[in-house]
Design a protein around this ligand. Sequence first.
Ligand code: NAD
Length: 334
Amino acid sequence: MRTAVFSSKSYDRQFLEPAAIGTGHQLSFFEPRLSAETVVLARGFPAICSFVNDYLTANVLGQLANGGTKFVALRCAGFNQVDLEAAARHGIRVARVPAYSPYAVAEHAIGMMLALSRKYHKAYNRVREGNFALDGLLGFDMHGKTAGVVGTGRIGAIVAQLLACFGCEVLLYDVVPNAECAAVGCYVTLPELLSRCDIVSLHCPLTPATNHLIDAKSIAAMKPGVMLVNTSRGALVDTQAVIDGLKSGRISYLGLDVYEEEADLFFENLSEQVIQDDVFTRLLTFPNVLITSHQAFFTQTALEQIAKVTMANLTAFESGCEPPNEVRAGGAKK
Ligand code: NAD
């Protein structure tokens, strides 16, 4: 099936092209993000393949439908960027890659915790400059700390297991508790988790209910000196409230792999440009903030799996089968 691949980078080609061999799918790679301005590129393509910051708004979906597109293959797990009701209205079906490597994201979250606690980001630069002094690098043991996991699905469950292996007391919160997870931690209410944890790691999807789950009120309820890690979706966190929390010292460590306004920043080399987002640049000034640009998923295993499942989704749709990973308004199949 002819498929327009948006937001494509060299690494997308590297994994999608080999996965397409023998499937009959013809992929056309477009570097721009999908938007009302670029949707014209999809004209005549029965399918498109998009990523996390390609916003499939009602307007974009309407234009896709007018151009003959009937299928959207998301090469990611999250689907908060898609207006699924509009997709249904326009007769466009949407499928995602629900689980490509939960380990990739879980391990990145743990990596952020270790980097923040042991200040690897500072130590790396110091040693390269011949500065072998230890002052300012004092860390803490993960062992014995209380760590909270918000959202105990595929990724959160692995984070909980890894934290238990470190010897943390693990507190869990989810609207649908996971029986397997309960073996390594204890389910509590969100207020209890926030008030007791030294480390809080977010792994729930972005929905209207979780938008700004971490805001000024929840930050005020957190343990002073808390470490907050968000590898899920940027808008789970009210960034301005987090900045205030960092300034007051309520938050002592912040690890972000996602940012609510990341669409204009992440995945691009902007090193020669003046960044216009003052909230983001303020975050960069804190010594106790570590930001990665939505790279938690970015492992060999995950990209191979994304490519494989994306091809299977395209094949299922083309052959008239129900796409196994379809997402519809009201929820996704697990
Ligand atoms: P999942 O669907 O397996 O698990 C999500 C869990 O969150 C579920 O158990 C669900 O019940 C729970 N949840 C839903 N609403 C909640 C709420 N209001 N409060 C608490 N918990 C709630 O998803 P997953 O595969 O574990 O992925 C989690 C999130 O990670 C995704 O939604 C995506 O946004 C993000 N993600 C980020 C990256 C990255 O590269 N940074 C990569 C993949 C996924």
